[in-house]
Write a protein that binds this ligand. Structure first.
Ligand SMILES: NC(=O)C1=CN([C@@H]2O[C@H](COP(=O)(O)OP(=O)(O)OC[C@H]3O[C@@H](n4cnc5c(N)ncnc54)[C@H](O)[C@@H]3O)[C@@H](O)[C@H]2O)C=CC1
Ligand SMILES: Nc1nc(O)c(N)c(N[C@@H]2O[C@H](COP(=O)(O)O)[C@@H](O)[C@H]2O)n1
Length: 226
């Protein structure tokens, strides 16, 4: 299957949470880790998030460094990589920051269950890709994105989308920044939530590097294929 090279970047607390139990955003990364993330964004054809992250954090997903934006333009790319929201029911608010900041293509991936009036409203602002019946079929979406020229895809969560991609073997690398705070809370999201694997189904990743950064550490993992 021809699909983009796909990597997840996430930041978690030392107890393995990516936001509070109320899904409030926490500044886990420090300055250097945000710069590392910005550089990963800049080097990607597209950045993907789930609708849960849009509703919780309202990210813009733009490249923040002007130097990196200028470098992209010099190489003939848009300042902002393509931004993709995985949004089965087309719930993306029309007032989202993603529509206000940055430029370039925005893709909303929906399923056939999305109400047509919502899809029509979003069509004014984004390219709509329909894949799957009840929820977005991530394998089909990956194929379509590859056909559209997206060869390097950065995924910025959240917990449910990460599970959807990893459980379908669609992830090649994971960057995990581990920060120095404890968030706690039984219901607080972790880097990968969803249904979870059974004991005999676990996916393995190989540790490629570990670097002390800010008040924490960043790990790079690559998928071990069976
Ligand atoms: N610290 C960090 O690095 C980050 C933390 N976050 C946190 O993650 C939380 C949001 O995570 P979630 O609520 O889990 O939402 P999410 O961002 O993972 O979006 C999940 C939604 O994606 C949609 N989806 C459609 N098709 C899917 C499929 N086949 N598989 C999986 N999902 C599919 C569904 O509507 C699902 O509800 C927020 O609290 C946010 O702050 C988000 C990004 C980065
Ligand atoms: N890498 C990272 N470190 C943290 O400490 C975070 N809180 C997050 N959160 C995610 O970062 C994105 C913000 O994007 P914009 O600055 O609005 O472009 C968004 O995806 C958050 O969920 N990430």
């Amino acid at each position: 299957m021809q699909r983009p090279f796909t990597f997840i970047n996430c930041a978690m607390s030392l107890d393995g949470k990516i936001s509070t139990k109320q899904r409030h955003q926490v500044k886990i990364s420090g300055h250097d880790d945000f710069m590392r993330m910005d550089s990963l964004r800049s080097g990607s054809d597209a950045i993907m998030v789930g609708i849960g992250t849009v509703l919780a954090d309202d990210p813009s997903l733009t490249v923040k460094s002007k130097i990196l934006r200028d470098e992209r333009v010099e190489k003939g790319f848009e300042e902002t990589p393509v931004r993709i929201i995985v949004d089965s029911l087309a719930r993306t608010p029309l007032t989202s920051d993603i529509f206000k900041k940055g430029q370039g293509q925005i893709i909303i991936a929906t399923s056939r269950s999305a109400p047509s009036f919502r899809v029509q409203a979003l069509q004014e602002k984004a390219t709509i890709i329909t894949a799957g019946e009840k929820k977005v079929d991530l394998q089909k979406l990956a194929l379509k994105l590859h056909d559209m020229g997206i060869k390097r895809l950065m995924v910025e969560g959240g917990a449910t989308l990460n599970w959807g991609l990893i459980s379908k073997d669609l992830v090649d690398e994971i960057y995990t920044f581990i920060g120095n705070m404890v968030i706690g809370g039984t219901g607080a999201p972790t880097p990968v939530d969803g249904a979870g694997f059974n004991q005999d189904e676990l996916k393995s990743f190989r540790l490629e590097s570990a670097e002390i950064m800010d008040a924490g550490i960043v790990l790079r993992w690559s998928a071990e294929r069976k």
